[in-house]
Design a protein around this ligand. Structure first.
Ligand SMILES: *Cc1c(COP(=O)(O)O)cnc(C)c1O
Length: 221
């Protein structure tokens, strides 16, 4: 059995069926993705639009593609015809562009707002105030072709469980608060290779796992 298949099976047995596993395949060759596909994986996450387009074109069409990286607005058009979920939305301007491109293809594109939970300064994301401003804005109501399905967050890169627990539970609280008013909210995307078990304990419904499936990457992406 290949290591990719083995890794996938190991992770799947450690999570419940309700948790969506996004296989983060950034920087990995198409053969690796195909191996995961043959092992039954159908949800893949990439962080560069061009790379995702190339892989989408080469692989079977029943794959669900998630954009998990920071978005360049001028490239949204290249993935608008197929992307299933955009995790890293952090402004109304970006939502406006996604809406415009989705409209051209007569699609509704699912999005998550990226919330900053890590105390590290390098991470992208919205503050709880920014989130409220976006969700309550009149402009959002005019975006008929985007659907905000929940939040995405990245915790501090640490093994310190107290810090991770604090950051994940902060996002869970914010999610539950907004879920009361936004019935479309079904997704809380948090947890990666090193911290997904703690994320699930704190209410994550979707984990984004790369290196634990495909092995470590050659460069930081
Ligand atoms: C790379 C990446 C992941 C996966 O990271 P691993 O530690 O390899 O599991 C998850 N989320 C985002 C946003 C990423 O960029």
């Amino acid at each position: 059995m290949s290591y990719i298949k083995e890794n996938l099976e190991k992770i799947k047995t450690s999570i419940s069926e309700k948790t969506v596993l996004v296989a983060v395949s950034k920087t990995k060759p198409i053969v690796d993705l195909f191996e995961a596909y043959e092992a039954g994986q159908r949800v893949f996450g990439e962080n560069k639009i061009q790379e995702m387009v190339t892989k989408h074109d080469a692989l079977p069409k029943d794959i669900e593609w998630h954009m998990i990286g920071h978005l360049q607005r001028n490239k949204v058009k290249y993935m608008a015809h197929f992307v299933d979920l955009i995790h890293g939305v952090d402004s109304l301007k970006t939502l406006k562009e996604i809406n415009k491109q989705a409209l051209k293809h007569e699609r509704v594109i699912n999005c998550l707002l990226q919330v900053r939970i890590a105390k590290e300064e390098t991470k992208f994301g919205l503050t709880p105030e920014d989130v409220s401003d976006i969700l309550n804005s009149d402009e959002l109501k005019s975006f008929t072709n985007v659907k905000i399905c929940g939040f995405m967050g990245m915790a501090t890169f640490t093994k310190n469980e107290a810090i991770l627990n604090e950051e994940f539970s902060e996002l869970e609280t914010l999610y539950n608060l907004h879920k009361k008013q936004h019935l479309d909210f079904t997704i809380l995307s948090m947890g990666m290779s090193g911290d997904y078990k703690l994320a699930i304990k704190n209410g994550s419904t979707m984990i984004r796992v790369g290196s634990s499936i495909f092995g470590s990457r050659n460069y930081i992406a």
